[in-house]
Design a protein around this ligand. Structure first.
Ligand SMILES: [Fe+2]
Ligand SMILES: [Fe+2]
Length: 316
């Protein structure tokens, strides 16, 4: 097998693996309905229907849960951009095309169920949410890094796992068993998506190890959550990190490391030249992330301690 495969050769060679994993996905994916996770009987009409308009007092979510819900929902809302990415880098024929359609349809359900939940429980300001959605979708998502199939499958492997972690922790942070159950369901989908892409990337590592590991290294170094272009993302990302929804430690321990272990990046003996250098870059990246994660945890612990003392002083 040549080490310099064209995009078309890669798509063709990987097609049987796509078919196997598509079948696997379809046998594992369970049908689910957003309305089963949304408390419809608590819903009341908004002002346009002659009901009571939204009031901040009605939200049961604390600031961290609100920020996490909005960030995760707006991220899901940008689906047309992600669809464009994978539709461009993957093929739309055969099992590739079936996968692109299946994945898109499943992802769409995530925004549906989260928005329905937030609307009927009056969890966030629906007008602000809609304005943020418009702004975010018009900006779209267009990462320069996902330029070919190898970069694409590497990116989505980490991204699906990152969203799984973020949804799962958001569910816990909401303090509402309904939200927790709903986001557990969404996180289960993200996990299946991650497995699909992780298996494909593993197949690519077999076919073209040096090019694949270079793509993995490039993606890790610039990885950003797909929602990074949304309004208030930086501010909300700080809140999410502080609240343990998604932080550097989780990124390293629950996303980066398990995937690298599964691909046996540091054990493989089929990298040469650029491939070996890419693996070294991954090693350096992991060590640097470890140092940053530890530093972040220490400064978070100090900040939480300061908050605790301040609260104590106020209550005396
Ligand atoms: Fe999703
Ligand atoms: Fe997903």
């Amino acid at each position: 097998m040549t080490r310099e495969m064209t995009q078309l050769e890669l798509l063709t060679e990987l097609e049987p693996l796509v078919e196997t994993n598509l079948n696997r996905h379809q046998s594992m994916a369970k049908e689910w309905h957003p309305h089963d996770y949304v408390p419809w009987d608590e819903g009341r009409n908004f002002a346009a229907m002659g009901g009571i308009d939204w009031d901040p007092e009605q939200s049961q979510l604390d600031p961290t849960a609100k920020a996490a819900m909005i960030t995760n929902l707006l991220t899901e809302d940008n689906l047309p951009s992600y669809h464009r990415e994978i539709a461009t880098n993957f093929s739309l024929d055969g099992p590739w095309g079936t996968w692109v359609g299946t994945w898109t349809a499943e992802e769409n359900r995530h925004a549906i169920v989260m928005r329905d939940y937030l609307v009927v429980t009056r969890g966030v300001d629906p007008v602000a949410l809609e304005r943020a959605r418009m702004q975010h979708m018009i900006t779209g998502y267009n990462p320069a890094t996902n330029k070919d199939i190898l970069h694409s499958v590497a990116y989505v492997t980490f991204q699906e796992l990152a969203t799984r972690v973020s949804h799962r922790n958001t569910g816990r942070a909401c303090g509402d068993p309904i939200a927790d159950k709903m986001l557990q369901r969404v996180a289960a989908d993200e996990n299946l998506h991650m497995v699909f892409y992780r298996n494909l990337c593993e197949g690519a590592l077999e076919l073209t190890p040096n090019k694949a590991v270079e793509a993995i290294s490039n993606i890790l170094e610039v990885f950003e959550m797909p929602g990074s272009t949304m309004p208030d993302f930086r501010r909300n990302a700080v809140l999410l990190a502080k609240g343990g929804i998604y932080d550097l430690r989780q990124h390293l321990d629950e996303v980066v490391q398990p995937v690298l272990r599964k691909w046996r990046i540091f054990e493989r003996d089929d990298f040469t030249g650029e491939g070996e250098r890419a693996r070294d870059r991954i090693g350096a990246f992991v060590a640097d992330l470890e140092a940053k994660a530890t530093k972040f945890e220490e400064s978070r612990a100090r900040a939480l301690e300061r908050d605790r003392k301040r609260a104590e002083a106020v209550s005396v």
